[in-house]
Design a protein around this ligand. Sequence first.
Ligand code: ACO
Length: 440
Amino acid sequence: MLDDKYVTEKKVEITIDGKTYYLPMVVGSEGEKAVDIRSLRAQTGCITLDSGYMNTGSCCSKITFLDGEKGILNYRGYRIEDLAEHCSFIEVAYLLLHGYLPTVGELNYFGQLLAKFALLHEDMVHFFDRYPPNAHPMSILSSMVGSLVSFYPEMVNNPLENIDLMASRLLSKLRTIAAFSYRKSLGHPLVYPRHDYSYCANFLNMMFESPVRPYEVNPVEVAALNKLLILHGDHEQNCSTSTVRMVGSARVNLYASISAGISALWGPLHGGANQAVIEMLEQIHLKGGDYKKYIERAKDPKDSFRLVGFGHRVYKSHDPRSRIIKRACDDVLSAMNMASDPLLAIAKELEEVALKDEYFIERNLYPNVDFYSGIIYRAIGIPMNMFTVMFALGRLPGWIAHWKEMWDDPDTRIGRPRQIYTGPCQREFVSIEERKLGDR
Ligand code: ACO
């Protein structure tokens, strides 16, 4: 809700057809400015036109602050660098959901809820048998999450009272669904979650435990996964989060809203980019490693090729997450004796050249969160078609926090943008017998 304290005395003057109107100016807690245009159409008859919502604030939010020019990202006021260094993913999920960091007791209780909800209903487990083996895990994820409401409908009518239970259920079950979808795609037996493992260790164990060879969860991999999930935890009004809020604004339940967010995340311009980065690096490697050719292609206006993992809608300087991930990538690969990985070498060379190139400098194109994350996932043994699933696991607490904030906000209206119609003006109807090809 827009608190009065953020509405300034200052008014913004706008003149249309010689008549001047005054609109309120809003300044957020970190100094971001906005013109409140809610009364614009009623006063002037005009709407604003903003394809891709490049310049549109859809809500006020207390969850995440990011400054794309300065490369700052804070969750609930805490720097992402501090959270990635000191916290577990579950601690950060708690922070995003509740607005404060948990005490030891609160975190233990949250962990107990996650353990309690880790199993899937056995009827849902049978769903996996009906997907073709090459089904994309993102399609499984979105449909399974949408189905959760059929199995657990009891809380959806008073969601805010039950939000902790619903959030823990989703966080815990999404991890199980993700790992099961991978096991099923291999035709391997399912590995059930364990109460004695942490969130990330549990996930790795469900993915890689085997009846034929011993598997031990590697703490280096657990630490890397923790960091990656934290860095993906929230990113304010991105495409999938806005989708969750938009779908939820029609007063649809949390599970269906999250399922829609998962679908939005699937796209290669959003969460699918981490998979596309590895595909691109592999292609460069297979074709002899001539990365400079790809830089030239990315710059050619006649070529649709883009340097995936570069550029961001809001970061116009370094993405703070990519710096942390690059360091983590070096740490993980050297701990796993993979420091000479050819894809890492190509990625670093691409980055170095692009950062000095006028084309990328002029357009403020820097490596984004996806540029190095895929290399870490690949080192851990997570297959490429699961990369976007990993992103969804990380983003889930952010989606839930936004859904909760949206649901609780008295300012929320059903999301319904307007448009400027540019089609044919009203015309006479022609019956089917009288229509001619040339009349279109
Ligand atoms: N490689 C080459 N050129 C690029 C790239 C790129 N990766 N990204 C943008 N550009 C160029 C565009 O061609 C355009 O050039 P022009 O002004 O000469 O026409 C200019 O930079 C601005 O690009 P837009 O597409 O207008 O920027 P927008 O903010 O709409 O797009 C996006 C941002 C989608 C992330 C874009 O940079 C991109 O496609 N990147 C590659 C895909 C990617 O890595 N996606 C992951 C984003 S992070 C996330 O979702 C978690």
